[in-house]
Design a protein around this ligand. Sequence first.
Ligand code: SF4
Length: 88
Amino acid sequence: MRPSGAKPSHTQRGKGGAPLSTTVRIKVDRDRCQGHARCAALAPELFRLDELGNAHEIGDGTVPEALVDKAWLAKANCPELAIEVTET
Ligand code: SF4
């Protein structure tokens, strides 16, 4: 597990040093989310709040490369550890 707040290296290298693209996704654990709304405040492009104030990832959770830092920032600032960020 990555230390909280640590920023991962986004560019991986394949054979010959060519960059490999990775897909970053976010997912909110609905059972953990308590509606603090920090994620939506930090990354409104990635999270929506429902009528109860609980967060949901937008769309299928795929994070555009330009917003990857915001995804990790939101994860690091969720007090309920409800945000999962995966790289594939
Ligand atoms: S910061 Fe965490 S607990 Fe708060 S709304 Fe976002 S996902 Fe839910």
